[in-house]
Design a protein around this ligand. Sequence first.
Ligand code: GDP
Ligand code: MG
Length: 301
Amino acid sequence: MGLFEKLKQGLSKTKKALIGNVKTLFKGRKVDDALLDELEEILIMADVGPGASASITEALRERVRQGKISDTDELESALREEIRGILKQGHRVMCSGEKPYVILAVGVNGVGKTTTIGKLARRFTDHGFTVALAASDTFRAAAIEQLEIWAERAGAQIIKHRSGADPAAVAYDAVVSARSKGLDVVIIDTAGRLHTKSNLMEELKKIKRVVSREIPSAPHEVLLVLDATSGQNAINQARMFDEAVGVTGIALTKLDGTAKGGIVIAINKELDIPVKLIGVGEGVDDLQDFDAKSFVDALFE
Ligand code: GDP
Ligand code: MG
């Protein structure tokens, strides 16, 4: 299956809830205020978020006022343009410049950090880069084992300590060892226990400090992993992690499992952080670069 087909399949639930309902709504209707109100409700229901939903429908109302939209076909293509206009295009997650390129992955428990790291590691090794994974989620032994399995699958090395060890010490070892071996990429897995929120943030800050003491420009990417099924909560998580460690990109997982993929639009509207990667399944191939144009095309086509 091609990338675009996979994306379409991954977005099928969202497509149904969002564009499917829009098409049903538009059938046989004329373009008026009532229709635009109902459209706004559909957007909100699909987790596009109140802010983005209001701004999209306001822009459409303005087009109607200016006489630029006369029927629902034109309204649908205008909707597509407005959604496309909100989506930002971030840079691809790739390594460049000095070695090792360091990616710090953060996010709350269960969002898909370890899985995303595994998929990403595989992508790097497929491109011929050498990769080390740092098992800085030291809270549970199972977390280290899970990362080990992904390292094996991806052909990456793993740097690990005992469970309960200092996460920053693991990250330090990974960076130092990768540098001495001349490896291309280090990806640091971290814990996400939110009930110890301030500890978690302090732990992440410490990892960041320790890494940048060794390599001043590192981490080159702070990748926040968010679960698309968590809806508007994802926005709050992004603000919290960004404030603590400065997020440079978002990986949005589990889009395949939700009708609430409209959250992509909300994230783009509410935050200044680009969505760089999307997860559309649990398999090693189910991680895609977020491409604004393909995303909209997959929703509407
Ligand atoms: P972590 O606690 O943040 O490290 O989360 P994990 O990587 O352990 O993932 C939690 C669960 O989410 C696992 O069962 C993964 O297989 C699943 N998962 C991760 N990404 C995706 C995705 O894009 N789609 C689906 N359907 N499941 C995913
Ligand atoms: Mg994990």
